[in-house]
Design a protein around this ligand. Structure first.
Ligand SMILES: Cc1ncc(C[n+]2csc(CCOP(=O)(O)OP(=O)(O)O)c2C)c(N)n1
Ligand code: SF4
Ligand SMILES: [Mg+2]
Length: 287
């Protein structure tokens, strides 16, 4: 039996009071409880940013790497230890900007991990510069005459490149978000959830701007229809859909499945976390 308190971390929280990131943290914990995953069965991976601090606030294994580099680390973790539930937590700048190349190539590899992107359409940690998802003409502290570039449409990009699970949630809807995370973490293959997370300090839109526009995909929406998913993934402005846009239930080989056992001969995965070893001791196993 796993309870939400099991994930309680002692780290001091650095987010602004009232930041919707707290809702995402709560939704992840609820999802892990619903899946009965113990802290030692989970590995969170993040880079740099406000979003990337989330694993500090949730007790489990975690790796906090360089800006934009969470995905390749998570892929490696999944290759050597597929028994762990590996979850990447990242921001729109971290994932679509600095780490944009990794976003594309991880989609192509289809590792069995979950990607959660806190999309506040801004660089929050560095105090309000435009990110790849900031809307055209939005004014920021740096782009004070308005952003001149068309925003990236990351959900459409993911769909075009074969991502088998594409969803969007809203940080203000904790129950709905938790359900999305449960579905994403249960999915076998690369599952990607972009989360609308208004930044109440530097964001270019208010919470009510988002609330007025967000709507749930209707119950009769066909999540296996890729063309319809692409249309929905391009919808942004007066109306913003949330929910599972696309799910491909056909079995697909994941990255690592073909070579994991041949290369590692089961040894590294079998080591698990039974005892602490130095990196040199671990490398010695492969000499
Ligand atoms: C290589 C590198 N470039 C730039 C930075 C500065 N930097 C730190 S966080 C960040 C942006 C983070 O934005 P986002 O991923 O959207 O996270 P948020 O803070 O909005 O949650 C930048 C540019 C850095 N730490 N390392
Ligand atoms: S700067 Fe924005 S994203 Fe960062 S903690 Fe504050 S409200 Fe949240
Ligand atoms: Mg951001």
């Amino acid at each position: 039996m796993v309870e939400i308190e099991d994930y309680q971390s002692d780290a001091e929280n650095q987010w602004c009071p009232g930041c919707p990131n707290f809702g995402i943290l709560r939704a992840i914990k609820s999802a892990l409880v619903a899946l009965a995953r113990k802290p030692e069965e989970i590995c969170m991976v993040s880079g740099i940013g406000q979003a990337a601090k989330l694993p500090h606030y949730l007790r489990c294994n975690f790796f906090n790497g360089l800006h934009g580099r969470a995905l390749p680390i998570a892929v490696a973790i999944n290759v050597v230890n597929p028994k762990l539930t590996t979850i990447v937590v990242t921001g729109d700048g971290d994932c679509y900007g600095e780490g944009g190349n990794h976003f594309l190539h991880t989609i192509r590899r289809n590792p069995n991990i979950t990607l959660i992107v806190h999309n506040n359409q801004i660089y929050g940690l560095t105090k309000g510069q435009a990110s790849p998802t900031t809307d055209l003409r939005a004014k920021t502290r740096l782009q004070f005459e308005g952003v001149e570039l068309e925003p990236l449409r990351p959900l459409a990009t993911a769909l075009l490149h074969g991502c088998p699970f594409v969803a969007r949630g809203y940080a203000g809807d904790i129950k709905g978000l938790s359900d999305l995370f449960v579905e994403a973490m249960r999915f076998k293959g690369f599952s990607y959830v972009d989360v609308i997370q208004p930044c109440i300090t530097w964001g270019t839109h208010t919470v009510s701007w988002y609330k007025e526009r967000i709507y749930k995909l209707p119950p009769d929406y066909d999540l296996h229809d890729k063309e319809e998913a692409l249309k929905k993934a391009c919808e942004w402005g007066d109306r913003i859909p949330i929910g599972v846009f696309y799910r491909d239930d056909r079995p697909k080989m994941g990255f690592g499945d073909q070579f994991r056992d041949k290369i590692f001969d089961g040894r590294l995965t079998d080591l698990g976390f039974r005892k602490q070893q130095t990196i040199i001791e671990m490398l010695d196993i492969f000499r």
